[in-house]
Design a protein around this ligand. Structure first.
Ligand code: NAD
Length: 392
């Protein structure tokens, strides 16, 4: 099959297997060029391992730290007529590279919120890896089925408290326009917390502890985005922000309940960048196109792999990592410092349909977006027939 991108709204509905593998290879090359991690964890579980920050975490743990990795993701395999999802091909690419250098890697594809998947992870750890010393929680999901009641909860992306009118960029129609977002009601806030809050992270730690699979002094982290004034109304202080606040509660609860093992649980605050999850959030494509422009000019631009490699070296491999006043591992000061934010705000106020491509780095945004699905990756021949029925 010859595979060209099929973009529908904020998503690409297909993926290129060779491009995804090449993009994984680029990330591996990056961490290897940075050098091996000191005090690296040896047995790492990554929940949400196939794309974005979770994939970068897995690559860093394995290729900069030499770790055995067990991944969990929710991806679609290819069929005769349809390509697999990008996360499927990324995982296949990761497995091929890991096995080529003798690194243990296994991935379980299924619903991380379910009891069944947690049990499969426990069985696999018992059979192959033993206790884990790092657990990365990097899920981004629009819904969650409660494992006890079977009730399905849906997350919403809405402001809290009051309506919010702002600019956004419609990537599909190439249009800057105003959007008015109505505030969420209480039920929508609670449902978003159920999906993207800390409850499932706690359930994972509890299940692993019950199975005696937590190493003493093991670390765990869940990822958040905090942002500043420009994104607070739709992120930090919105429904998703409320869910992310619940991660702080969960981190404290994990530390308390797992004190006998001295488990260190942190929320890591990461920068905004193009992933499948962030492209679905109104305002974010415009905001990210502007921060790419400013941060590239400042020489501080980072993608997932650069940010995560720094998280591992500066924080996760330190015995007592420095935290912010909320106890978080804060990694996005290069984006949220006042000077950089002022430049972004100035561009934000000026940006119109006419000057958008000049003021922003939308070209960079779009390139990263295509790359998420294995397109626009250097060195890949997109006119060539490829075998899409790739497995891992
Ligand atoms: P992503 O969409 O690239 O990755 C999500 C991962 O979760 C994938 O591996 C997917 O397969 C997996 N997943 C989703 N539902 C699942 C389920 N039910 N069972 C098993 N696996 C499932 O997202 P991302 O942007 O890398 O986000 C990861 C985390 O980082 C999220 O918590 C997000 O809020 C946070 N974060 C993102 C940004 C950003 O700008 N993208 C910034 C800071 C923090």
């Amino acid at each position: 099959m010859i595979v060209k991108p099929k973009i529908r709204g904020f998503i690409c509905t297909n993926a290129h297997p060779v491009g995804c593998a090449a993009s994984v290879q680029q990330q591996i090359d990056y961490v290897k060029a940075q050098g091996a991690l000191s005090n690296a964890p040896k047995n790492v579980l990554v929940i949400g391992s196939s794309t974005g920050y979770g994939l970068a975490s897995r690559i860093t743990a394995a290729f900069a730290g030499g770790a055995n990795t067990l991944g969990v993701c929710f991806e679609k395999p290819p069929t005769e007529r349809k390509t697999g999802t990008a996360g499927w091909y990324n995982t296949a690419g990761f497995h091929a590279k890991a096995s080529a250098v003798g690194l243990y890697a296994k991935t379980l594809n299924g619903d991380a919120f379910s009891k069944e998947l947690k049990q499969q992870v426990i069985d696999t750890l018992k059979a192959d890896m033993g206790k884990v010393d790092l657990i990365i929680y990097s899920l981004a999901s629009p819904r969650r089925t409660d494992p006890e009641t079977g009730e399905v909860y849906k997350s919403t992306l809405k402001p809290v408290g009051q309506a919010y009118k702002t600019k956004t960029y419609d990537t599909d129609k190439n249009l800057i326009h105003e959007i008015a977002l109505e505030p969420a009601n209480d039920d929508e806030i609670q449902q978003t917390i159920k999906v993207m809050g800390g409850e499932d992270w706690e359930l994972w730690l509890e299940a692993l502890d019950q199975a005696d699979l937590l190493a003493d002094n093991c670390k765990t982290t869940a990822y958040t985005y905090v942002g500043k004034e420009l994104t607070w109304p739709i992120y930090g202080q919105a429904t998703i922000g409320k869910a992310k606040e619940d991660l702080d509660r969960a981190a404290a609860a994990i530390v308390k309940t797992k004190a006998s093992k001295n488990v260190q649980a942190y929320v890591s605050s990461l920068k905004a960048l193009v992933t499948q999850a962030s492209s679905a959030i109104p305002v974010m494509p415009l905001y990210i196109s502007l921060i790419y422009k400013v941060m590239k000019e400042e020489g501080t631009h980072q993608g997932c792999i650069e940010q995560i490699y720094d998280l591992f070296t500066d924080k996760l491999t330190q015995a007592q990592p420095e935290t912010d006043e909320l106890g978080r591992l804060y990694m996005n000061s290069k984006e949220t410092n006042d000077k950089t934010q002022a430049k972004i705000k100035a561009l934000w106020d000026q940006v119109t349909q006419e000057n958008f491509h000049e003021l922003s780095d939308y070209a960079g945004y779009h390139h990263e977006f295509l790359k998420l699905f294995g397109f626009d990756v250097s060195g890949v021949d997109y006119d060539a027939e490829v075998d899409t029925l790739v497995d891992w």
